[in-house]
Structure formats: C-alpha cells, structure tokens
Design a protein around this ligand. Structure first.
Ligand code: FMN
Length: 211
C-alpha cells in the first residue's frame, strides 16, 4: 500500500483554536499522519476559548479530547526543537497548514524568521515549493498585515481567512467551523464531506464526531 506523506499542522495563538483542533481531528480520523506544532500562544488561547488546560504531556490529552485512540498517527513536536523532522526539506511532507494563524506568526513567516519550529517548517514548505496555507482570523487588517499576506501569497502560500459561508444553511457553530475546515482541506486536495457544497443535492455523509 502507498505510504501517506505526513501533513504538517501548526496551531498558533489567534482566536479560533477550534478550527485547528477540528482539522486535526478530521485528518486523524482519515488516518492521515499529522506532524503537529502548537505554539505557547495557542495553548493560552485554547485555555481561554475551550477551557483546555494541557499539562506537560500534550499528546495523550489532545487525543482524549478529540475522542481518538492512542494509536492515531500523530507526532507532536516541541516548537523549540529545530532537530525535528519537519525542520528539514529532505523530510517529505504533503504540505503545511497554520490554523489558526496569528498575525505574529504571519509576520514571522513573511519575514523568513526562524524563531520557532513553526516558522522554520513554513519556510521549508516555501523553499521546497510544497503547499502552505495560513488561516487568519482577524478584523480589520492593518496595512502591515495586508503587506505580509501579499508577500506570502507571492511566495506561493495560500492566504485564507476564517470566514464561514451561509449558503449551506449552517445550523450550529459546529457547522460553521466545519465549513472553514472543509475549505481548508479542499486546498490540499483532501476528500471530505464536511459541508453541503453549492449545488450539491445530497446531504453530507460520514462526518466523524464533532468537537
Ligand atoms: C484569548 C486570546 C485571543 C487572541 N486572539 C488573537 C487573534 O485573533 N489574532 C492574533 O494575531 N493574536 C491573537 N492573540 C495574541 C497572540 O496569541 C499573541 O500575539 C501570541 O504571541 C502569538 O504567538 P504565536 O503566533 O507564536 O502563537 C490572542 C491572545 C489571546 C490570549
């Protein structure tokens, strides 16, 4: 059987940590190997927004929270571990998503900084011409952020915003989250049925457990 390339997911300290967690849950449900990076800011936001207070050993707690077995194909990296697999371009991956992406991380990636493994892994994706997506959650944007978004887009990244649509008639916050997560999966060519597509007659099927 063909080996699935790992997917790099970074969760940073913008509001909307639920987007990153739901994306992680869905990828792992699909048995997609994930290399996960969680910034200190993200942990702070998760505590505020989702009442999630992780102890030192984040991985088992995350898997329990996401109702996933300990066998889920998840590798968690410390963000100061520059010796990690994803710090090198010779380690093949399917691409990387930063969900949600804080304005600080946007600026660091746009400037080519390597102050955390998240920035380094993103720089690796850009130099190796692998897909990189940053999902921002902000309003309004200042000129500096708009320039940073343009710089990243010109460098080959996909710049997205957590803006749920309403044409699929969401009934809950969870439906709105799934729309944004589904559109994120679309950018990497992952098959999913997280929301009813425009002009699609059938209801979405086989949606794994929601958060
Ligand atoms: C509850 C909470 C919500 C936040 N929301 C945002 C946000 O939406 N966008 C943003 O850029 N920063 C936000 N921040 C600030 C970032 O977490 C902070 O700038 C952090 O240093 C970002 O670092 P990181 O990119 O390494 O996670 C928020 C912080 C907290 C505590």
């Amino acid at each position: 059987m063909e080996r699935k390339l790992p997917f790099v997911l970074a969760i940073t300290g913008a509001s909307g940590s639920i987007y990153g967690l739901r994306l992680l849950q869905y990828l792992l449900e699909m048995e997609q190997p994930v290399e996960l990076l969680v910034s200190r800011g993200a942990k702070e936001v998760m505590a505020t927004e989702m009442d999630l207070h992780f102890a030192a050993d984040l991985k088992p707690e995350l898997l329990t929270f996401l109702s996933l077995p300990s066998s889920a194909p998840l590798v968690l990296h410390r963000v100061d571990d520059y010796g990690a697999s994803v710090a090198s371009g010779s380690y093949p991956t399917r691409g990387m998503a930063v969900v949600p992406c804080s304005l600080g991380t946007l600026g660091a990636i746009a400037a080519g900084l390597s102050e955390s493994l998240i920035h380094r892994a993103a720089a690796v994706c850009l130099k190796e011409k692998r897909p990189l997506l940053v999902l921002l959650r902000e309003m309004p944007f200042g000129q500096i952020q708009i320039k940073n978004m343009l710089a990243l887009s010109e460098a080959g990244a996909t710049v997205a915003c957590a803006s749920p649509a309403f044409y699929h008639q969401p009934q809950s916050v969870s439906d709105m989250v799934d729309f944004v997560v589904g559109r994120t999966l679309d950018q990497f060519g992952f098959d999913h049925s997280l929301f009813k597509r425009w002009k699609e007659e059938v209801q979405p099927l086989n949606v794994p457990g929601k958060i």
